[in-house]
Design a protein. Sequence first.
Length: 157
Amino acid sequence: MQDLRQCLIYDSHEKDAKLIGVEYMVSKEIYDSFEPEEQKLWHSHEYEVKSGMLILPKPAGYTDKEWEAAELQAMEEIIHLYGKTWHFWQVDAGHEYPLGHPVLMGSAINADQLDLNTAMGKRNKTFGVHHEEKAEARKDLQPHSIHPNANSWWQDK
């Protein structure tokens, strides 16, 4: 389906990683067609993209420069998408198996929610990137106006 992206979420990049969730992403046009109650289940990607939180791990066969250009092009698209993320395995809670109900997850939508240096430290080291450099490279990306129903779990606080 061309209007839907499906992203698998693993607990690591290692060969034995556990599949812990899935994120669905749709365009603003598709999101706008949803009923208001459905819209509240989705989040924007502006902060994830502009802050440098979101990266696409570099596949083999790309130089750093080639991958930076490809990733920036992808971020130009992703910044306009809305996501709905389900986590179904809480490995951070120590669960050996995917126990309990799936949990609808949001994403950070502003700098007040977390310390990026702490939150991104291990990721930055693992992948040899830095969120501040990513943010600088993405500073000119222009997001759309975020729908008022998106990110509802944060707005309700």
